[in-house]
Design a protein around this ligand. Structure first.
Ligand code: SF4
Ligand code: SF4
Length: 121
């Protein structure tokens, strides 16, 4: 069952790449020894308690860290697809419009928009 979901999720990954979104050094919890953990996108499970929901989509994405945002509006003006809207104090990313180009993250002066996921062969 899990393997079928994983195959379904990865079948469009024509580049045969692992999309990695984080490395965690000196991991000493939840397992034996001192480890380096590699976080790969495309988890097939979608648990409701997931502490890394950005792992569930196979593709790179931008993620928004509200507490870092200084509300400069640069991401909104940079986005070539008009995918970012300001709703109250929040920046909402329309995932239907966003193509994960990463320009908003590259241009954010406060590291509030971040690229999540990079392909490795
Ligand atoms: S560019 Fe960064 S700091 Fe400026 S509004 Fe967008 S998310 Fe906030
Ligand atoms: S990743 Fe690109 S398309 Fe998506 S919100 Fe940022 S600038 Fe817009």
């Amino acid at each position: 069952m899990v393997m079928n979901i994983l195959k379904e999720k990865t079948k469009n990954n024509l580049n045969n790449e692992a999309v990695i979104f984080d490395f965690q050094k000196y991991s000493i919890h939840d397992g034996p020894g001192i480890r380096t953990i590699v976080f790969i996108k495309g988890c097939p499970l979608s648990c409701i308690w997931c502490s890394n929901p950005e792992s569930q989509d196979m593709k790179p994405q931008v993620v928004f860290f509200e507490k870092n945002c200084i509300d400069c509006g640069k991401c909104i003006s940079i986005c070539p697809r008009s995918a970012i809207k300001k709703v109250s104090e929040l920046k909402i990313i329309d995932r239907e419009l966003c193509d994960s180009c990463g320009k908003c993250a590259d241009g954010c002066p406060a590291n509030a928009m971040r690229n999540c996921g990079r392909g490795f062969k």
